[in-house]
Design a binder for this molecule. Structure first.
Ligand code: GLP
Length: 267
């Protein structure tokens, strides 16, 4: 696994945005062979979305031939609710770029048959040829998408009950009222994420330091679902200095050195 440590959230977000843009450009996508991008919500990717919008506005990238699949969505809140992930994505990203509406895929948390909705989402990803790059964030308890601690590490898209920690963490978006936070969500599974050809996870801030330690210094464990990335052939964690607070000094130095050596030896 590649761990790229940045000075702060700003430089981290710029780096992730550049990485995504370079990947899309390199793939040179067409309507017949689009680039398939998995996307998260939450505060972690906000800086990246801002940078991607800037790059789009500067004419550096087009999203016309990009197809997106979002990681998750709450069950039972209207799409136009200010905290729905549909609303989040439009407001923070899709409304500002040239992605065609029909290229956007987000799970429908109000579907009459939620299990069918999840199965069809998996099928759609498969039919399009899989996800090229899955961007992600994590919760303070190391969950990826809504794969809460204890989730099967081979899980697929499904309905998931949220745990108390997540309800508490996300209550900040619901006037700090725990009762207003939906208790269930639709989420891609850990297995769905692992099927992506590449996974890039953003981990920033002190609040995520314990989780980063679990992923980097400890073993794979279903109580920290993001730790499964140790088994992915092309996984990157992009983090900031604050998030490395609980890593061993030698671990930080090790990963910083590797990046430096790679940079120095690039043609
Ligand atoms: C929610 C989302 C996750 C996200 C997490 C962290 O639980 N389902 O996909 O990674 O929040 O959010 P934040 O980036 O705001 O810390």
């Amino acid at each position: 696994m590649r761990i790229v440590i940045h000075k702060n959230y700003e430089t981290l977000s710029k780096w992730v945005a550049d990485y995504v843009v370079n990947k899309i450009k390199k793939a040179n996508p067409t309507p017949e062979e689009p680039f398939v991008l998995g996307l998260p919500t939450g505060s972690s990717p906000l800086g990246t979305y801002k940078e991607l919008i800037k790059l789009y506005e500067a004419g550096s990238i087009s999203f016309k031939n990009v197809i997106t699949f979002n990681m998750d969505e709450y069950v039972g809140i209207p799409e136009d609710h200010s905290q729905s992930y549909h609303y989040f994505m439009l407001k923070n990203f899709f409304d500002h770029i040239d992605i065609p509406k029909e290229n956007i895929n987000i799970l429908d948390g109000n579907a009459p048959d939620l299990e069918k909705e999840c199965l069809e989402y998996e099928e759609k990803i498969k039919d399009i040829g899989g996800i090229d790059l899955f961007l992600g964030g994590i919760g303070p308890d190391g969950h990826i998408a809504f794969n809460e601690p204890g989730s099967s590490l081979s899980s697929r898209t499904r309905v998931k009950t949220l745990c108390y920690d997540t309800i508490l963490a996300n209550s900040r978006f619901f006037n700090n009222d725990l009762h207003k936070v939906p208790k269930t969500a639709l989420t891609v599974g850990v297995g769905t994420i692992m099927d992506a050809r590449e996974v890039l996870v953003i981990i920033n801030g002190y609040k995520k330091a314990r989780a980063l330690k679990q992923v980097v210094n400890e073993g794979v464990n279903h109580m920290w679902t993001v730790s499964i990335l140790q088994f992915h052939q092309h996984a990157i964690i992009a983090c900031d200095d604050e998030a490395t607070m609980e890593l061993k000094v030698e671990t930080i130095k090790y990963f910083k050195d590797i990046e430096k050596i790679a940079l120095d030896t690039l043609p």
